[in-house]
Ligand binder design. Structure first.
Ligand SMILES: [Mg+2]
Length: 311
């Protein structure tokens, strides 16, 4: 795709610098809109996600590169949840004067994340504003997008990875403690489980959601969409060091996947392929729609999960 030359001005100088830094990872930037090919027989899958200073992160918690990485991966995680393959990323950045010097480093983080998820950066916007905000739109394609609504009674419930790191890191930072590196890395450098989701979709996964609000809260969304009951036993939930299962179950911004699928998934093959756990946590039933959670055989009520408009 041919590049289009950008006109003069400081904003365009900043865009030029970002595009230069992204190198081959930036594609077709400079026209009014991006033009992308979608493979025959596949559907376009699109999602957008915003990361706002003071809401999603604080300056003292993350490097500028981590801010760019995290915002991009968070957006790409929604494509993973749909078992879609990322093809393009657009980044609309609001950058206050106090952050302007960090823009190149934020761009590096965005570029690294784009590289990791295998998508080109195909456009975006830059604006002045009061707080740093990164709005990242991701475009992907899929032959058979995996939805939240496909869970069926008789399916098993599975999760990827280990939980609790981001919740623990934020709690420590808010209490002015230094989190363990494992927890802070899970917040600062999350992964989008893209290949993992495709692997699961190819092996009969029926529904999927990525964990952004917290495991139990997000399972509630899946249960509502599928009109099923999800019965979860937290005993087997893998947790990062020094985090309880109850805390892990409400930790947000994990970007792990919860998937419903046949009970005979080949866990060994998954773990060999990806080097992270795939854990069976429960079952899907035809009972009252919702989530029922137990720990050590006792029912637990977990209210939690992040609701931006709850305050
Ligand atoms: Mg999501």
């Amino acid at each position: 795709m041919a590049e289009t030359r950008l006109g003069p001005g400081r904003e365009f100088d900043a865009i030029r610098a970002l595009v230069a830094r992204w190198g081959a990872r930036a594609r077709g930037i400079g026209d009014d809109a991006a033009v992308l090919d979608v493979p025959d027989g596949e559907q376009l899958v699109v999602s957008t996600d915003v990361s706002v200073e003071h809401v999603h992160f604080r300056r003292e918690w993350l490097t500028a590169g981590e801010i760019g990485w995290r915002a991009t991966v968070a957006a790409a995680s929604d494509l993973a949840a749909m078992a879609a393959t990322p093809i393009g990323i657009l980044t609309a950045l609001t950058v206050p004067p106090s952050w302007r010097g960090e823009l190149p480093a934020i761009g590096v983080g965005i570029g690294e994340a784009a590289e990791r998820v295998g998508a080109a950066i195909v456009g975006g916007d830059l604006s002045d504003g009061d707080v740093l905000s990164l709005a990242v739109t991701v475009l992907g394609c899929s032959r058979r997008p995996l939805r939240r609504s496909g869970a069926k009674p008789g399916d098993a419930l599975w999760v990827t990875g280990a939980f609790g790191g981001p919740g623990r890191a934020v709690r420590d930072w808010l209490a002015l403690r230094t989190p363990l590196a494992e927890a802070s890395l899970r917040f600062a450098r999350p992964s989008a489980r893209i290949a993992h989701a495709r692997w699961l979709a190819e092996r009969g996964a029926t529904a999927c959601i990525d964990i952004s609000d917290g495991l139990v809260a997000d399972l509630g969304h899946l249960a509502a969409a599928s009109e099923v009951r999800v019965e979860v036993a937290l005993d087997a939930l893998p947790c990062v060091a020094d985090v309880s299962r109850l805390d892990a179950a409400v930790s947000g911004e994990e970007y792990e996947l919860a998937v419903t699928a046949p009970a005979d998934l080949d866990v060994g093959a998954f773990e060999l392929a990806f080097g992270i756990p795939l854990t069976r946590l429960g079952v899907v039933t035809a009972g009252d729609p919702g989530v029922a959670v137990t720990l050590e055989g006792s029912r637990v009520e977990l209210t939690g999960g992040y609701d931006h408009f709850s305050l």
